[in-house]
Design a protein around this ligand. Structure first.
Ligand code: UDX
Length: 486
């Protein structure tokens, strides 16, 4: 089939590449000429500067100019195209609603092009990026406004997680198609023919509105799992001695009805989807006059979780951040990406700076350039000058009074040893990702350890001026009272 993919970012490029692997003729369109030139070169370095996904550059290199074409002008292919995919970015507005301006520009442009078709064969216009419920209907009305003939609209949401775009596209859990007519369903069945009767892939056909809602409900449910574990399981293990977080997870998720996904307690979920989608759904439900208590609680728990350990450091460990040096390790929102959108590290840094730290010594295996972009601008916050950038975890830890692990990069699992050889106790290790399996050695050597989903453990050394003067000595773990705090 002949396909046009409009928008070649994190959603559009993997989608276009994988469709071209199936032997469709795919024209990937973007208004950004430098981006298109980079993809057209077929070189990994150029492609990954825009979308860095394992395996993606290889597929592009293999199919470019054979099945996959990059362009900033689709006028020439409009006549024979069967399906247009809209993969346009839809960032959030300040009030949580969705900024539809890029999307609207694109569909008006498309409407103009399609209105001039001579060939009046059926064409299906598919929303792939996450758009508010009702957007397929909006797309339909814009096309009518332009006088486009013989078209159908559909919703086919993208469920990919970052770092897994290629694998996720090749072997999705489900393909959800929301369309109004059998004719359009048939066209999309031909497009996804290898998935239609697949034994392990759910191929669901429904209304456009249901398909749009499936995307929002999926993402908000996933975030609900995370907030549940952070807000319930984690809180219990942080308050009551002798609860083993990992065993709690195993015991609960052994029930086949309960997901293991989301049970990894952390310092909050970030990324470009969860926060944006839940805010948008809250906005859409509010707009429909419906209560949103659960969604607001989930959102708030997740946002607070990003700075919760700083509060614990102050109130439980009685650590006084004023004029201290703190290493911040892991800046991206999850491992194996340089993406810092909605990352906990951004909130942690803001919180530390507002509490008067002398410096934040930052390190991430991939996100240093991204971090400089985020924090370079002293006009945004003059305190960003207090952030220094380092080439390794050791370098970031040197000379600090405390460290905060914010991302679950594998290399941090060996940090206990690095800490012992780099800094001396009294020293506070704040672990937002439960990354130190050998924390007990650290505590035995005198370091204080404050993990998410676990009790504060005092090192056996002694207190120091690192802690505030009126510090009420916190008992070592085995001395804690066996009762639930009020
Ligand atoms: C997510 C959804 O998984 C995907 O289906 C959707 O299409 C887009 O949003 P992504 O943002 O790439 O994908 O990241 P994901 O791997 O889901 O992680 C999101 C955040 O949750 C990360 O910060 C991650 O570290 C955190 N997380 C995840 C937890 O804190 N605990 C967990 O158990 C799982």
């Amino acid at each position: 089939m002949k396909i046009v993919v409009i928008g070649t970012g994190y959603v559009g490029l993997p989608h276009a590449a994988v469709l071209s692997e199936y032997g469709h003729e795919v024209h990937a369109y973007d208004i950004d000429e430098t981006r298109i030139a980079a993809y057209q070169s077929g070189e990994a370095g150029n492609i990954e500067r825009y979308v860095n996904e394992p395996g993606l550059a290889d597929i592009v290199a293999e199919n470019v100019n054979r099945y996959l074409f990059f362009t900033t002008d689709v006028t020439g292919v409009v006549e024979e195209t069967d399906v247009f995919f809209l993969c346009i970015n839809t960032p959030p507005n300040r009030d949580g609603s969705t900024d539809m301006s890029y999307y609207l520009n694109a569909i008006h442009h498309l409407g103009n092009l399609l209105a001039q078709r001579h060939n009046k064969q059926r064409v299906v216009l598919v929303n792939k990026s996450t758009v508010p419920i009702g957007t397929a209907r909006l797309l339909e009305s814009v096309m009518r406004e332009h006088g486009v003939e013989n078209f159908g609209v559909a919703s086919n949401p993208e469920f990919l997680a970052q770092g897994n775009a290629v694998e996720g596209s090749r072997r999705p859990d489900r393909i959800v198609i929301g369309a109004d007519t059998l004719e359009d369903m048939e066209i999309l069945r031909r497009l996804y023919s290898q998935f239609v009767n697949h034994v392990r892939i759910r191929y669901l056909e429904t209304t456009p509105e249901t398909a749009e809602a499936i995307k929002y409900v999926s993402n908000t449910l996933l975030l609900t799992y995370i907030s549940f574990w952070n807000g319930v399981g984690g809180r219990l293990a942080e308050a009551i001695p002798n609860i083993r977080m990992e065993d709690l997870k195993v015991g609960v998720t052994a029930d086949a009805r309960i997901s293991t996904w989301g049970s990894y307690v952390s310092n909050g979920a970030g990324g470009s989807c969860f926060g944006k989608d839940i805010q948008s759904l809250i906005y859409q439900l509010n707009h429909a006059g419906r209560p949103t208590d659960l969604l607001r609680a989930v959102y708030n728990i997740n946002e607070y979780q990003k700075i919760y350990l700083i509060d614990r450091a102050i109130h439980e460990a009685h650590f006084n951040f004023n004029q201290k040096k703190v290493a911040l390790l892991g800046l991206s929102f999850k491992k194996r990406t340089n993406d810092m959108r909605d990352s906990a590290a951004l909130r942690v840094a803001e919180s530390l700076l507002s509490r008067g730290v002398a410096t934040i010594q930052a390190y991430d295996p991939l996100a240093m350039d991204e971090a400089r972009r985020n924090w370079f601008n002293p006009e945004k916050n003059y305190l960003y000058e207090r952030i220094t950038y380092h080439d390794s975890a050791v370098e970031a830890i040197e000379g600090t009074d405390a460290l905060y692990i914010s991302t679950d990069w594998e290399e941090f699992r060996g940090l206990a040893r690095t800490i012992r050889t780099t800094v001396k106790p009294p020293y506070l290790v704040i672990d937002g990702r439960r990354m130190l399996p050998d924390f007990e050695n650290l505590v035995a050597a005198g370091y204080d350890y404050l993990p998410v989903g676990g009790l504060l453990m005092r090192g056996r050394s002694n207190s120091s001026e690192a802690y505030s003067e009126n510090d009420q000595a916190i008992p070592a773990i085995d001395e804690l009272p066996q009762q639930v705090p009020a």
